[in-house]
Design a protein around this ligand. Structure first.
Ligand code: C2E
Length: 291
């Protein structure tokens, strides 16, 4: 095809590029009505406390069931929603839905749990964000300490006055702030010190190799020690093996999250398990050898 065009011309597109472009257009077009058409739902992944093996809470993770493209990963559509600004209404829906779920769980007797919600840097730049958080928490009668907002280090990279102010206000108001994906990108200790976070979430790419004689093993152990000295809590993400769980416990990591302990789950599953004492059922499963 390039030859037909003659000379040294390069053709920059092919069938694959065209497909990619069409998919992106379909996602962009589909995102706008998706909220109204109720195509989003949340999955909830459990987070466990290492000191006693009990449930600490859940992380809410958004899912999009597209009518033609099927289930689309947040990795694919969140950046597009951030680009076109739709992350603001979508993010508000996520926060409201997750808080509603937490209130429902409390009503069923699963009290004292936390709900973690991912917040995009674009939401943080919205001047009404802090008020939206207070309104939603108030709407469901939740305690501020039960809600954790997971921010990414991108907030540090593009930290505007607005986002720093928002985080500071939220933290001062009692909300828990966690720095998500620590170790995966450009995070630096300097950035970490700049923000009033109470918790650090170690990225799964870091956890993957800690059960081998790897550099990550020493780095993760050292980070946990350092964070404890600084009075920060640590959550290890992507825990898939028993050996990883045990090492993290030995090193004094506070919380763990990963397929070993529980996949992201549909709220209906949590409801059913709740009736049969969800916390105890998981505790027994853990004792029976999964961890
Ligand atoms: P994240 O916040 O780091 O969430 C953890 C991701 O790791 C989730 O992917 C989860 O399904 C996956 N995961 C959990 N345990 C394991 C494990 O043991 N092994 C492996 N390999 N993976 C595990 P998911 O749900 O596809 O979400 C991807 C990312 O999309 C999230 O990463 C978060 O950055 C973003 N995201 C998800 N929901 C939201 C949302 O409501 N708002 C915003 N702004 N971002 C969201």
């Amino acid at each position: 095809q390039a030859k037909e065009l003659g000379g040294n011309r390069t053709v920059f597109y092919n069938a694959e590029d065209t497909n990619r472009m069409n998919r992106r257009i379909a996602i962009e077009m589909g995102l706008r009505p998706a909220l109204f058409l109720r195509q989003f739902h949340l999955s909830y992944q459990p987070i466990y406390r290492l000191s006693d093996g009990r449930l600490r809470g859940f992380e809410a993770l958004i899912r999009w069931q597209h009518p033609e493209l099927g289930l689309i990963s947040p990795h694919e559509f969140i950046p597009i929603a951030e680009y076109n600004g739709l992350i603001i209404p979508i993010g508000e829906w996520v926060l409201r839905e997750a808080c509603k779920m937490l209130a429902g769980m409390t009503e069923y007797g699963l009290s004292g749990l936390t709900m973690s919600v991912n917040i995009s840097p674009v939401q943080m730049q919205d001047p009404s964000f802090v008020q939206t958080v207070w309104n939603i928490i108030h709407e469901f009668g939740l305690s501020r300490q039960s809600v954790e907002l997971d921010i990414t280090e991108h907030i540090m990279m593009h930290s505007s006055e607005q986002s720093i102010m928002a985080i500071t206000q939220l933290r001062a108001g009692g909300i828990r702030i966690a720095l998500d994906g620590f170790g995966a990108g450009f995070s630096s200790l300097h950035h970490l010190m700049e923000l009033p976070v109470h918790c650090l979430k170690l990225d799964k790419s870091f956890i993957r190799r800690i059960d081998l004689q790897s550099a990550e093993r020493h780095v993760v152990e050292a980070i946990i020690g350092l964070m404890r000295k600084l009075g920060l809590e640590v959550v290890a993400e992507g825990v898939e093996y028993k050996e990883q769980y045990e090492l993290l416990k030995e090193w004094g990591c506070h919380y763990v999250q990963g397929y070993l302990l529980g996949m992201p789950m549909d709220p209906t599953v949590i409801d059913t398990s709740m009736l049969g004492s969800f916390v105890d059922a998981n505790g027994k499963k853990a004792a029976a050898g999964r961890v």
